[in-house]
Design a protein around this ligand. Sequence first.
Ligand code: IMP
Ligand code: MG
Length: 188
Amino acid sequence: MQSYQTFLSEILIDSDTLQRRIAELGAQISRDYEGADLLLVCILRGGLVFMVDLMRHITVPHQIDFLAVSSYGTGARQSAGGVRLTMDLATDIRDKDVLLVEDIVDSGNTIAYVLEFLKTRRPRSLKVCALLDKPERRETPVPIDYCGFTIPNKFVFGYGLDLDEYYRNLPFVAVVDLDKYQSSGNKA
Ligand code: IMP
Ligand code: MG
């Protein structure tokens, strides 16, 4: 795997900007969930980095859990036409205040699917916190209760988001130059 600089188009959201906004979201969630029985549910793998930073700004007592979904298709421009659960929660969410933590809402299919099956387990409340929203790509309308940033229709990586499973560790959100990415031997 080559270094990301080979196909970096631009840094869309730098680390300081991300951290400032995440602190604001944490403060807002702390106010809204005062007295609640909050369970943060990270949607793996993209939501991991965001949740780890977000939870350190949440001052109300809360639990965390993880679930994993996968979407059909491969390559950088895959769309989540079909979504399936690959790892379920360990927590019984009945009567809990569940907040889903997701990296990005793109087509909306992933969140729509997760909301639908979690609803059947009767949580007390069920809301969505997404770091990024790409509204131009929406196929399924979904509510986003807490949104970090609205971004244009560009493929991004870093800060939890992957390019073919790499580069999730980068501390910023960057736009990939798909022509350069493909011409350096990737399928995209
Ligand atoms: P959905 O299309 O809203 O179902 O999003 C499905 C998943 O695709 C998200 O949870 C992300 O993990 C991934 N995804 C969507 N857009 C991007 C992107 O620009 N970069 C990296 N991953 C993305
Ligand atoms: Mg992903």
